[in-house]
Design a binder for this molecule. Structure first.
Ligand code: ASP
Ligand code: MG
Length: 405
């Protein structure tokens, strides 16, 4: 018997009215399907508010306690939705991540799902109950509550869809699907009807926040179709799945951008083997992700080494960078916060002559200076001045006629 897994995001659950609307939607699904599992996020901005509360008491709160705290957001939503369903005569039961059998690593605040033992869910489904699972949370081997990282409810939903052999995983959100660019920036951005996992992963990693990249990875690994759609208005949304087209697809699918970026340049780094390892090893150990790396040509045995990282990680990176500068004998480092990243995504971009040139022409036409470029098989990323990022997104969207798709 087929299982439907639906996930509702925080903005779709913000407040009693929206909870009621979600309950109506779930009740409708239940009337059409025997087995319905719902994954919920924390209501509205609850996770941000809890984080701010914690930081008032401790600048660097212990991760284990943060997980105990942040998990409560989802733990509140699940029973409320179950109650709203009960009020509609629908049998529903809420489960925490632990009760749902979601076992994770012990890496607090960014735990990975190790295994899901869904017996409890299956039993409730067999009894005809709608099962509501608190997203974003799991339990470690030590029975500590863990969380999967910000945006982790998407990961919960897709992972549950996989273990329950659902036909697809539906992600209900506050937009009508995956857009060709951020609709807040580009007025005529369109929801795309379907997109491949690889393209979605690039968009999600490049700043499209509708779906968490880890959820896309799980979907791709297990070929689980994911449909992103609006929680407020009916519509087909976007289907993320394997696309079986060879030549006929549009070369450019979407434009993503990200402003939480900073550029660090290590100055006067000696040019010898082992330097990159000595620079990036300590950053990795401090769990600081670096993105685009550019090493300049060396002059008289010294070179500049630039890379980007999240601006929100920059303060944490500074003491590490001070140590790196001393250990490799560099002259120092510069940090530039005034940058942003714009990424053009589409299967076959690099394999199609002319596409890359059109990207640079579009930016040149707006007199936007490109500070760094990085390419992948299906994307081109440019680092530009932050104040110009919205102009860049609009120009690229227009150049590739994404409003006409
Ligand atoms: N509530 C968590 C967050 O805001 C998880 C989620 O909504 O996916 O990041
Ligand atoms: Mg989200």
């Amino acid at each position: 018997m087929s299982v439907v897994v639906q996930k509702y995001g925080g903005s779709s659950l913000a407040g009693v009215e929206r909870l009621r609307a979600v309950a109506d939607r779930v009740a409708q699904s239940r009337s059409r399907n025997d087995r319905v599992v719902v994954v919920v996020s924390a209501m509205g901005d609850t996770t941000d508010e809890l984080t701010a509360l914690a930081h008032q008491l401790n600048e660097d709160p212990p991760s284990r306690e943060m997980d105990m705290l942040l998990s409560t957001g989802e733990t509140v939503t699940a029973p409320l939705l179950a109650m709203a369903l009960a009020a509609r005569g629908v049998d529903a039961v809420s489960l925490t991540g632990m009760q749902a059998g979601i076992r994770t690593s012990g890496a607090h605040r960014s735990a990975r799902i190790v295994d899901i033992v869904p017996q409890r869910i299956v039993d409730h489904l067999s009894a005809g109950h709608v099962v509501i699972v608190a997203g974003f949370q799991g339990v470690s081997e030590q029975l500590d509550v863990t969380t999967l990282g910000r945006g982790g409810s998407d990961t919960t939903a897709v992972a549950l869809a996989v273990v329950l052999h659902a036909d697809q995983c539906e992600i209900f959100t506050d937009v009508a699907g995956i857009h060709s660019a951020d609709p807040r920036v580009v007025g005529d951005a369109r929801p795309v009807a379907s997109i491949d996992y690889d393209e979605m992963l690039e968009l999600a990693s490049a700043g499209a926040t509708v779906l968490h990249p880890r959820a896309v990875e799980i979907g791709a690994a297990y070929s689980m179709p994911i449909r992103v759609r609006s929680a407020f208005v009916d519509g087909p949304g976007t289907l993320i799945g394997r696309q079986h087209h060879m030549e006929d697809l549009p070369k450019v699918r979407g434009i993503a951008h990200e402003t939480d970026v900073a550029k660090v340049t290590l100055l006067g780094v000696p040019d010898r083997p082992g330097i990159a390892a000595a620079v990036f090893g300590p950053l990795g150990s401090a769990h600081i992700n670096v993105d685009i790396i550019v090493q300049n040509v060396s002059h008289s045995g010294h070179t500049d080494l630039s890379f980007t990282l999240a601006e929100s990680d920059l303060n944490r990176a500074r003491p590490v960078l001070d140590r790196v500068v001393a250990s490799v004998g560099a002259d120092g480092y510069d940090a530039d916060r005034d940058i942003a990243k714009v990424t053009v995504v589409g299967a076959g971009i690099l394999g199609t002559p002319g596409v890359v040139a059109r990207i640079f022409e579009a930016l040149a036409g707006e007199l936007i200076n490109i500070k760094m470029i990085s390419t992948g098989e299906i994307r081109v990323t440019c680092i530009i001045e932050r104040s110009r990022v919205e102009d860049a997104v609009r120009a690229l969207h227009h150049t590739f006629e994404l409003d006409l798709l």
